[in-house]
Design a protein around this ligand. Structure first.
Ligand code: MN
Length: 136
């Protein structure tokens, strides 16, 4: 496994597409359709990267990202926002909430993998050193 990626996405088609693309690349993929479930999975799985749909029922992606980034146990996890709405100000909202990157839907499959590879290179997913050793 190249690294652990958690996808929090309520759109089934997009969830399956992203899952398939990442699994073909050799990543281990965890799925959540609700932010509340995703937050619990993030604590359990300690993913290297989270793909966070911003528009979710219940707790939305921005609120979920703020929760992850305010928790000492999960704040190190890279969060990449996924949104269908390429609205002005969306990117800024995502970055202000603590997202480390931003991708728009619909996904361009080749470009998506190129971007994920780049994001994963900035994580410790290639290291065998437990993450506790990085903690201050
Ligand atoms: Mn959604």
């Amino acid at each position: 496994m190249k690294g652990r990626i958690l996808i929090i996405e309520d759109n089934d088609l997009n969830l399956e597409l992203v899952t398939d693309l990442l699994e073909v690349e050799g990543y281990g993929v965890w799925q959540a359709r609700l932010a509340e479930v995703g937050l619990n999975l993030a604590s359990e799985v300690d993913p290297h990267l989270i793909l966070m749909d911003l528009s979710l029922p219940g707790l939305d992606g921005l609120a979920a990202t703020r929760a992850l980034k305010s928790d000492p146990d999960t704040r190190h996890i890279k969060v990449i926002a996924l949104t269908a709405h390429a609205m002005k100000g969306d990117r800024e909202s995502a970055m202000n909430a603590g997202c480390d990157g931003y991708l728009t839907k619909p996904i361009d499959t080749r470009e998506f993998i190129r971007q994920i590879t780049g994001f994963m290179a900035s994580t410790n997913s290639n290291s065998i050193i437990p993450r506790q050793h990085y903690a201050l």
